[in-house]
Structures are given as structure tokens and as C-alpha cells.
Design a protein around this ligand. Structure first.
Ligand SMILES: *Cc1c(COP(=O)(O)O)cnc(C)c1O
Length: 361
């Protein structure tokens, strides 16, 4: 078996132990003679799978009892519409624009009400997180919206914005379960699973109970109401059952590794190894302000597009895959999610050193 080190931003690397377990259970899940893909989502077997997944996630994140966990579909992008449709009572949302995903959410919200851009880092290609300590929060804002880890640009909020008492909504797609989180600071957190949690097709929303109401915008489809899914415990219709099963396995894997505090420590070690190299290299440079660096997505450049292309090509040949940066930043990006082992980052840094020695001036 030959597996590469996969630095893709998403869908992304999953823990090998999880993939092996899933492979072992593929033909006959725990003696029931069928795979999880083939079983009824109303069966006892699946009920146990989804309930355990929720319980383990609650345990990992310390989710308080007055928050509901919803397993949804439609990608993180569908939340860009669900958020305003469900939360815009005054039809006002304040958005902090720190990259393309935040911008897309902001643009989507404009279809439903007044979306205000209260801060932005567009002036420097989203290479930093703006000062969010004293924003011009609208008096009638229904919520303040952030994208907490910016997958494309490699920035992460180190302190949450001062929302001046307004509900905080966060897209945590690319930092989900990468470090401990204080759920109570948010009204709603959501993320697509395919970055750091599981396969594409599952979106997890964690929402405070008082925000789940029937008072949604007129015309909001039944399937796009949080209440529909909360009332039915994520089984209103057929959920992304196999994806939930894999997420559940990842949750158990994380618990076995010591939970989110232990993951944070491991993720910091991995990221520091790469950032330290970038800070000392004469050829490679990180593109993000140091104080705002993400532990998950690390963009870097050589400053020479031809050299970047050569690097990506040679890295691929050496088993280091998907290092090409997003087209809006150029250069390279290494996504080093939970399931990327330390050896993967060590191999990458060794390769970069060697590349620099061979191609440096
Ligand atoms: C990938 C990503 C999205 C989009 O996710 P989809 O599931 O493809 O809709 C949204 N937000 C962030 C932060 C992402 O990284």
C-alpha cells in the first residue's frame, strides 16, 4: 500500500486508522450483514451510530445542554443562506470580511436583508485579521458573522470579535476540532466536514436553542429551517448517513488521542516546524502576518511563479501532494489538518530544504 502525504485543503486527509476500520466494516457492519451505506437511517443500528457521534462530539467540544447539534447537508455554502433565513429577525447582519468564504456568506445574506461589512482585510489580500475589538456593530444587527479560519489565506482569529452583545455566528469549517473551543461564546457554529472532520456531504451545525424558532423569513423552505432538523434530531429526511458514520469514527479517534487540548498541542508542533522553517528560509516566505497565522492552512511563496510551479511538480513526484496554492494567492499552500502526521510535515520541510539548496542563488 502506498499512501501519499496529502496536503489538500479539502476534501482532505483522514486518519488511516479510521479508513482501515471503515474498510474492515464495509461488507458486514458488526454482524448485520450489510454496510452502513446500505442500512435504513431509521434502523436501531444507525440510531446508535448517530447518537454516539453526537455524544462524542458533545464530549470533545464541551457543548452545553442548551445547544443542539445538527447533522445537515448542502455544504458549508448552504449555511450562507440558512443563517440569514433563520436568524435575520430585523433583517440585519454584520459581516467581517476576511476572505472569499466570508465574502460569499456576506453576498448571500444580501439576498435576504441588509448585510453590513463592518471590517475587512481585502486591502492586503486577506493576509491578516482586522482589529475586531471595537467594531461599528449595527444597533439592530441580528448577528455578527465571521469565518474563523480562512482556508484560502491561512489566517485565524486569535481573539473573537467584540460583538457588543450581539449573537456571534462562525464558519469553523477549516478549524473544526483543531483546538478547544468555548461554545458559549457563539450562538451558532457550523462547518463542512470535509476539511478536518470527515467526508464531504456532512455539515455540522451547533446552535443555541433560543435561536431555533419558527420565526424565519417568509418562504424559507422546510429543509432550510434549523427547527425542522432540530425537532427531528437530524432525521427529518435521509441524512448523509455514511458520512456521519465516518465523522463518528473521527470523533472517537480524537478522544483516543486525548481530545482537543492534545490536538492543539500536536497541531502547534506541526505548524511551528513549518513556520520556523519559512521564517529562516531565504527562498520561501509565509504570506500571512505572524500574529494571525492558522494552525491548519499554511500558504507560502518563493516570489517566482516558475520556481513555485517547479516546486509543486517535484513535491508531487516525491509523494507530497496537493501543495499548489489557491489561484487567488498563488504559490503553495500546505493544509496540515488533524490527520496530517508530524512525519508528513517533517518530510515536507526536509524536501523544502533540499529544494532550496538545489535551486537557491
Ligand atoms: C471549504 C469551505 C467552505 C465551503 O464548503 P462547501 O462544503 O464546499 O460548501 C466554506 N467555508 C470555509 C471556511 C471553507 O473552508
Amino acid at each position: 500500500m502506498s499512501r501519499v502525504y496529502n496536503f489538500s485543503a479539502g476534501p482532505a486527509v483522514l486518519p488511516e486508522e479510521v479508513l482501515k476500520e471503515a474498510a474492515d466494516e464495509m461488507m458486514d457492519y458488526r454482524g448485520c450483514g450489510m454496510s452502513v451505506m446500505e442500512m435504513s437511517h431509521r434502523s436501531k443500528m444507525f440510531e446508535t451510530i448517530i447518537n454516539e457521534a453526537e455524544a462524542d462530539l458533545r464530549d470533545l467540544m464541551g457543548i452545553p445542554d442548551n445547544y443542539r447539534v445538527l447533522f445537515l447537508q448542502g455544504g458549508a455554502s448552504q449555511q450562507f443562506a440558512m443563517v440569514p433565513m433563520n436568524l435575520m429577525k430585523n433583517r440585519v447582519g454584520d459581516y467581517i470580511i476576511t476572505g472569499q468564504w466570508a465574502k460569499k456568506a456576506y453576498q448571500e445574506a444580501q439576498l435576504y436583508g441588509k448585510a453590513n461589512a463592518v471590517a475587512s482585510s481585502a486591502d492586503k489580500t486577506f493576509s491578516y485579521i482586522p482589529d475586531v475589538s471595537d467594531l461599528p456593530i449595527s444597533e439592530d444587527a441580528d448577528y455578527v458573522y465571521i469565518c474563523e479560519n480562512n482556508t484560502i489565506y491561512g489566517t485565524k482569529y486569535k481573539t473573537l470579535p467584540n460583538t457588543k452583545g450581539k449573537t456571534l455566528v462562525a464558519d469553523i469549517s477549516s478549524c473544526f476540532l483543531s483546538e478547544p473551543v468555548d461554545v458559549e461564546k457563539y450562538g451558532l457554529l457550523f462547518g463542512g466536514a470535509q476539511k478536518n472532520v470527515g467526508p464531504a456531504g456532512v455539515v455540522i451545525a451547533i446552535i443555541r436553542e433560543d435561536l431555533i424558532t419558527e420565526d424565519v423569513l417568509p418562504g424559507t423552505p422546510t429543509m432550510l429551517r434549523y427547527k425542522t432538523h432540530a425537532d427531528a434530531a437530524s432525521l427529518y429526511n435521509t441524512p448523509p448517513a455514511y458520512g456521519i458514520y465516518i465523522c463518528g469514527k473521527v470523533f472517537k479517534w480524537l478522544k483516543n488521542r486525548g481530545g482537543l487540548a492534545a490536538m492543539k498541542e500536536y497541531n502547534e508542533k506541526k505548524a511551528n516546524l513549518l513556520y520556523d522553517f519559512l521564517d529562516n528560509s531565504k527562498m520561501f516566505k509565509g504570506t500571512v502576518e505572524k500574529k494571525d497565522r492558522s494552525l491548519m492552512n499554511v500558504p507560502f511563496v518563493t516570489g517566482d511563479a516558475d520556481l513555485d510551479a517547479l516546486f509543486v511538480k517535484e513535491a508531487k513526484a516525491a509523494g507530497l501532494e496537493n501543495l499548489k496554492g489557491h489561484r487567488s494567492v498563488g504559490g503553495m499552500r500546505a493544509s496540515i489538518y488533524n490527520a496530517m502526521p508530524m512525519e508528513g510535515v517533517e518530510t515536507l520541510v526536509a524536501f523544502m530544504k533540499d529544494f532550496e539548496a538545489r535551486n537557491g542563488k
